[in-house]
Design a protein around this ligand. Sequence first.
Ligand code: SF4
Length: 97
Amino acid sequence: MVLQLWFEYYPILQPLFVGICFCLAWGIIGLLVWNLGSAIAYSIRTSQRMHQIPCSRCRYFTNDSHLKCPVRPDIALSEAAISCGDFAPPPSLTLEI
Ligand code: SF4
């Protein structure tokens, strides 16, 4: 029954199917490109945010996996450390006269 209807109306509806398939194909390609672009943008944003964490440039950073920072161990190397008030740059190697 359905197959008979299909063969009967297929020549009439074929231009409509071509249009629908064209839109679906380009829509899927558009979604893929958009998804890829948003993933790249998210990675760049996350990377920029991670580079704002100042712990690796801090005087108190120990680079030890057991205790990364004795001053603020709860936020060391996390996003919360971006606004850490205890950040102190390492002592300068230049001599002051
Ligand atoms: S004092 Fe703050 S900025 Fe310095 S290592 Fe500890 S958490 Fe990071």
